[in-house]
Design a protein around this ligand. Structure first.
Ligand SMILES: [Zn+2]
Length: 192
């Protein structure tokens, strides 16, 4: 899937999970940072792909992308697996712990979750594409839904752009409507 679809899916997942869990008391800084972390998490697994949006937007991104590609063994390798989720989760947690003293007003636990929700949503979305996802690496089998490849989605193709992307937007709006009370409660009483 393209970066745009991944970011939309990440946000949809974040909105749904945030509104169906007990609401935390968070600062505005935490809320804004959480949304950004979620967007980055949504495209992060593609750092093993040199053409990923993450790299395209950086001046020397192509070079880094190629290095990561060699390290990870190519697109949809280690970062597109359960092992990748665990490794990234630990590294990201460690990184945030180093940052915490510098950002006392930001709840980095929330930031960790927002990023990881984006990360996992990426793998779920890629599972619907023709390439599939090697969820169980190092077992080199790619999984897809539906199992028959021909019925799956082509990355950047018509179905992704004109069906999946708009459906994600509608779904997000529906979530906001359905959990309107919770959303207002959050905005009024839980945002410091
Ligand atoms: Zn991907």
């Amino acid at each position: 899937m393209t970066g745009r679809t991944h970011d939309m899916a990440a946000f949809t997942a974040l909105a749904f999970i945030a509104l169906t869990q007990p609401l935390p008391q968070i600062s505005l800084a935490t809320g804004i940072t959480a949304v950004f972390a979620n967007m980055i998490g949504g495209i992060a697994p593609d750092i093993d792909q040199p053409t990923a949006p993450l790299w395209r937007n950086l001046p020397v991104g192509g070079v880094f992308g190629r290095v990561f590609r060699v390290v990870s063994g190519g697109h949809r390798f280690i970062f597109h697996s359960i092992l990748g989720i665990i490794l990234f989760g630990f590294a990201w947690h460690y990184f945030l712990q180093i940052l915490q003293p510098s950002f006392p007003q930001v709840d980095l636990n929330i930031i960790w979750w927002s990023f990881m929700i984006g990360f996992v949503s990426h793998l779920v979305m890629d599972t619907f594409t023709k390439e599939g996802v090697p969820w169980l690496l190092p077992i080199p089998v790619k999984f897809g839904i539906p199992p028959i490849k021909d019925f799956r989605v082509l990355t950047g193709g018509f179905i992704e752009r004109f069906i999946i992307f708009p459906v994600l937007i509608i779904l997000t709006i529906y979530i906001f409507f359905y959990y309107q009370k919770t959303l207002l409660d959050f905005l009024h009483n839980h945002l410091k």
